[in-house]
Design a protein around this ligand. Sequence first.
Ligand code: TXA
Ligand code: MG
Length: 320
Amino acid sequence: MYQTELLAATDHGIARAAGLLREGALVAFPSETVYGLGGDARQDRTVARIFEAKGRPGFNPLIAHLPDPEAAARYVDFPPLARQLAGRFWPGPLTLVLPLREGAGISPLATSGLTTLAVRVPAHPVARALLRAFGGPLAGPSANPSGRVSPTRAAHVMAGLSGRIEAVLDGGACEVGVESTILGFADGGVQLLRPGGLPVEELEVALGQRIAQHTTPKEPGRPMAPGQLGSHYAPGALVRLGARAAETGEILVGFGPVKGDLTLSESGDLVEAAARLFHILREADALAGPDGRIAFAPIPETGLGHAINDRLRRAAAPRF
Ligand code: TXA
Ligand code: MG
């Protein structure tokens, strides 16, 4: 058990967090998408502790966070399309799965032994300051117990991981609210591995081409990206989607014209809905109580709606 420190995002707090990370400790950190569970991606023991703290299956690889594209280029090779997208969208909610460079020094536990590494340059000022102060690749899955709702506030991290990690750096509420969009670059093309905080339509406009969806696992039980596990983001309550009204005993989460006990966005704004999603899931779960049920209003399948619907489908998926 650890006495988890809650660090303010001051110069002092950031320096303390970076010092802990260099010693191999686990420090949760804010990003514009969700909070990450940070640890030095070069230290096997640290990476193993990330899996242990989350209760995460060992076959699910981690994203390495870097302060800038130059730092990322020390660990992975950039094909031209990836270079173009990194130039346009980094820092930001975009993760690129790229060929790992030989001798890069990343723990094989972090990549689950794959020959690729997922890299991301986050935009959150506190994350960037932390990455600069730490000076290495920071492994960072979402800072929640595996399979549960992702954290968008320091209090969410504390609720799930207090006692299991050394510290949480508090950067306030995450602005985007859903995880990064993940792209792969196999066979000279571009594949969408996870819809996320950067709408795929924007990526398609930048590339001038459609992006293939690769979000179904080729081998069952060996996901290419996390959301590819059926049940994920699961609250305690059962979840029903596409609801226009509550059934008996349900907590209804509205959107736009569908009024609920709670709402993702009264004005039907997808940016606001994404930012509130995981917080509202937690609130609805608390309201529903043990063995409760939550119903969600329909969300349009456009822009950030892809990522929101993806998370909601997994929250509603059968649990094993
Ligand atoms: O927004 C985000 O991406 C957040 C913040 C903290 O950066 N992180 C996050 O990490 O969502 P995580 O671990 O919950 O989801 C990242 C997923 C992994 O579960 C994995 O399936 C996929 O990215 N991934 C990582 N490395 C991969 C690789 N080499 N090939 C394919 N997928 C990979
Ligand atoms: Mg996650």
